[in-house]
Design a protein around this ligand. Sequence first.
Ligand code: HAM
Length: 419
Amino acid sequence: MNYAKIKGFNDILPEEIGIWQKLEAETKQVFRAFGFREIRMPLMEYTELFSRGIGEETDVVSKEMYTLKDSKDRGMTLRPEATASMVRAYIEHQLYLKNPIQKLFTIGPMFRHEKPQKGRFRQFHQIDAEIFGDPSPKADAELIMMIMHLLNRLGLNDLTLAINSLGCKECRKEFREKLQGFLAQKKDLLCADCQRRAEANPLRVFDCKEESCKKAVAEAPRLLDFICPDCRAHFQGLQDYLKAAGIVFKVNDRLVRGLDYYTRTTFEIQTEKLGTQNAVTGGGRYDGLVKLLGGPDHPATGFAVGMERLVALLAEETPALEEKPQLFMVALGAEAEQKSFLWVKALREAGVWVEAAYESKGLKAQMKMADRCGAYRVLMVGENELATGKGLLRDMQTKEQKEIGLDRLVENLLKEMGI
Ligand code: HAM
């Protein structure tokens, strides 16, 4: 039997890991400057957390969750996103008692049973950042500034930021009714899913990719015409902050997002380069979610970056980032092998990446190994070198060779390599 990975689940191979590590390192550096602290939640939660938090009517909850039952028949689900879990942790550990403003981030795998295609997987990774405890548009702007800064620092400039306001519970109610009335007239044009959504969750119809649904909603009422003065001022505030920060954006009043918890600000960062899966970041404000999940009435806002999509963009722009050994130790003869064993140990303990053969091999075979692993330098030690007390250090790029004293070898090598 041949074992293959599960469809939509990917291995990240050593050749590819360099970009992931760079992305994670840059993220941590940028987020630290903005005052975000890391939190790690379990990959699995009780199913109700997601069905309640994200919304029963969303695609994520109604079609895409990986759920299993525990021995007491209670549903447990592999997290499809991080926000609900982070809210649960925020409430469960009363994080707000220590500091009323909590800025948290997490990095890790998420699971959605979607149809795999370019840029869309069943296990994928997100960088997720949330601010708890601040209702102002400044917090939304700060999140957007942070992610834009990270993307620019990574060399990704060719991206579009779209923003919108979904209003609050009150102003959305009026819009919802208007939209339902409009969609009732267009029922025949809507796909089966949207006919259902038109009743239960009409805003989701804006997100449908079916051509006939897109056509049907082209003339639909506009949410921004319905938002209340407070929500309007909030949205204007966000735009003012973004303009002051020099961040280019466009307002897209059809940007509703696929999760039910959003209030007021929503945003997406999109690329032209990844086909239909064009969103590299999505986020927004969710002022009612902490309370809905049993916590205090605290506002919150956040975003998540799809790491596979960013890695795909980065791979296009930057050459492979694979690291190579700094030194390959070639030892010829029993005595040299014995000495090399300890030199290799000492060099590694000094932080130098050294490779050497495990088996006894001739010069040619060992040089081939050095070449294969891409070592920058080779140190050759045989009987002659032991007799003269000088090893031969070869630069594998320039092919230059020089002698290096075997007495105090580690010290000499570190100096030679500029470490
Ligand atoms: P989301 O829009 O569902 O939002 O996902 C955020 C990002 O995750 C997307 O823009 C995309 O880059 C990536 N993503 C989503 N699904 C997949 C998939 N199947 N394969 C590959 N990448 C994917 C959320 O998850 C919210 N929790 C974001 C948020 C945080 N809102 C407030 N705080």
